[in-house]
Design a protein around this ligand. Structure first.
Ligand SMILES: [Mg+2]
Length: 252
């Protein structure tokens, strides 16, 4: 998680840049140019720390006798900021030390986290639905570009987008997920670049991973690039300075 002091100036810039995207789309749509706006899901349109904490609570309740340390830790849980990028990091932080418990929990966590059923426990980012709807209504094709995979997560992804009111399954929308689980997220995102270039003019890219953000900015230098400051992988590079940092999607 980031710790930052979000100032009025930061918010003003967020408002300005988010509005700029809408204006560019409207302008190009008037000229009959096909525009694309790329939105990552995990950590961008959705904060999935809630999914992890829900899963840990479920595991703790189901296996309470086998997992005394988790049971004790969940008993004290009151603050979402304990959730780190990796489940193991989270477990260590909340006081689970037993290697045996950690290995068991990690396996159970992964079964649930990477599945259709648990995505509805994600927390939609503030202003996300409203902003994506505006982008869509302005005429852009909304591309949900996610490292989730077809086999385990496509149905839940669609379901969750629909549940929270995002435009999905209709003209001007597209979900792109990985066909093969084993492909690294950033490789997958680079692979789709050529395809997206043929589809239209990418006007905006929204990501939470600085690494992906840098790659996509390089691929689409003419697009406005945004980094949503939620969570990202440990040991990430810095996002290049042309990428705008936003807190969420709210225009205030
Ligand atoms: Mg992400």
């Amino acid at each position: 998680m980031y710790t930052y002091n979000w100032t009025k100036e930061d918010q003003k810039l967020q408002n300005k840049k988010l509005e700029e995207v809408i204006e560019i789309i409207k302008e190009k749509t008037r000229k009959q140019i096909s525009t694309l706006a790329i939105f990552d899901l995990d950590g961008t349109l959705f904060d999935n720390r809630t999914r992890t904490i829900f899963i840990l609570r479920e595991i703790s309740e189901q296996f309470d006798r086998e997992l005394p340390e988790l049971s004790e830790a969940m008993d004290k849980f009151h603050e979402l900021s304990v959730v780190e990028y990796n489940p193991v990091g989270t477990l260590k932080r909340i006081g689970v030390r037993s290697e045996e418990e950690i290995a068991f929990i990690e396996k159970e966590w992964a079964k649930r986290f990477f599945s259709d059923e648990y995505q509805k426990f994600d927390f939609p980012m503030s202003g996300g639905k409203s902003y994506v709807t505006r982008v869509h209504e302005a005429g852009a094709t909304v591309i949900y570009l996610t490292g989730r995979d077809v086999g385990r997560m496509l149905v839940g992804t669609t379901d969750c987008l629909r549940l929270y009111g995002f435009p999905v399954g209709i003209v001007g929308t597209m979900i792109l997920v990985k066909e093969d689980v084993a492909v690294e997220d950033e490789i997958f995102k680079v692979e789709v670049v050529d395809y997206l270039k043929r589809l239209g003019s990418v006007v905006a890219v929204f990501e939470n991973e600085p690494l992906n953000s840098n790659l996509l900015h390089k691929a689409f230098p003419e697009a406005l690039s945004f980094l949503v400051m939620t969570q990202h992988r440990p040991d990430s590079p810095e996002a290049v300075s042309e990428i705008f940092k936003i807190k969420d999607f709210k225009i205030r």
